[in-house]
Ligand binder design. Structure first.
Ligand code: SF4
Length: 327
């Protein structure tokens, strides 16, 4: 979707100061809080794709699951199509109109169910078909929509390749005619040659059905082309958010710069000249987040202010947000 079309569309999803803290037992009668998501805000317009990237354990999958209320958020608000989500009718509405495609197509599908029953699950849960014939027709149409044949409906998931299984997962997600889908690392378990095919299918479905995506990935090169905007997460918070092209050309946050420097460059000349930024140390535990800027233990530009005060996410140019004291 072009930036102009995107700007004209209504905001479908608004996530405000979302927090997801999990109590973890650390000894006899002692618990500590694991701050998986610690105050994340963003919005997604109808027809838009927001990429959400960061290293493993940064909280991006938890954001996707919490905004769908697969985990009840510790605090914060999720507003979908103008309705504030809470257990009850608004959550029922969200469950119908928002879906998820999981990362691992091998474990996400029940091996004892036929493809037909897997894809029809949301139809059955939400009672969206009136009889068996309509159910069969809907399943066949969904399989065709994702590039599978209707004859494959009677087979079992283990009979399919990884790419085909992910297509079954996408067909299941589309069954309730959602407007919004969380794509949780949908291609990272697939061979590189298959990744592009599944990404093309997702883009094609978006164009045909007007879907909005939150596209979660650990690799910036995967989200670059599919996303209108990209948010970069580090230790439970968004540290930079910008339109995809702007982020790739004018990234500002030291963490984003290090992620970008790790993206392979196809041109050997440019690749030789490019400077790789290697971060020192490991990602700190979300149970023991550094004071001030949570990136300071790995940031080559950290100074005294960084330890004392957490930088807020500020707009540094139109539509481009970053959290760093130096900006
Ligand atoms: Fe680095 Fe300080 Fe900026 Fe954090 S606030 S990213 S530690 S310079």
């Amino acid at each position: 979707m072009t930036e102009t079309a995107q700007a004209n569309n209504k905001i479908l999803l608004d996530v405000r100061d979302l927090k997801q803290h999990f109590p973890i037992a650390t000894g006899f009668f002692k618990t500590s809080m694991l701050k998986a998501v610690d105050g994340v805000s963003f919005s997604i317009r109808a027809g838009e794709t927001l990429g959400l990237v960061g290293e493993s354990g940064c909280g991006k999958t938890t954001v996707g699951r919490s905004l769908l209320y697969l985990y009840t958020p510790t605090s914060g608000e999720v507003v979908f199509d103008g309705a504030r989500i809470a257990p009850g009718p608004t959550l029922d509405m969200l469950r119908r109109r928002a879906q998820i495609v999981f990362q691992d197509p091998y474990s996400a599908l029940n091996p004892r169910m036929t493809v037909s029953d897997i894809v029809a699950e949301p139809l059955d849960v939400h009672k969206l078909t009136s009889d068996k014939n309509e159910r069969t027709e809907r399943v066949q149409a969904l399989l065709n929509l994702v590039g599978l044949s209707s004859e494959q409906a009677t087979r079992y998931a283990h009979e399919f390749s990884g790419g085909q299984r992910q297509r079954i997962g996408i067909a299941r997600a589309l069954a309730s005619k959602p407007e919004f889908i969380v794509c949780d690392e949908p291609v990272s378990a697939l061979d590189v040659s298959i990744q592009a095919q599944v990404l093309n299918t997702l883009e094609d479905l978006q164009a045909r059905l007007g879907l909005s995506y939150l596209f979660i990935a650990h690799d910036l090169s995967v989200v670059k082309h599919i996303s209108n905007r990209i948010a970069v997460m580090y230790l439970g918070r968004i540290v930079e958010l910008a339109p995809s092209i702007e982020l790739h050309r004018h990234a500002q946050h030291p963490y984003t710069l290090s992620l970008l420097s790790a993206v392979p460059i196809p041109d050997p000349d440019r690749s030789r000249k490019a400077r790789r930024i290697i971060l020192s140390g490991d990602v700190p535990s979300p149970m023991n987040v550094p004071s001030g800027c949570s990136f300071r233990t790995r940031c080559s530009m950290a100074n005294d202010i960084c330890a004392g005060e957490a930088p807020s996410l500020r707009e540094i140019s139109p539509g481009h947000y970053a959290s760093c004291h130096l900006l």
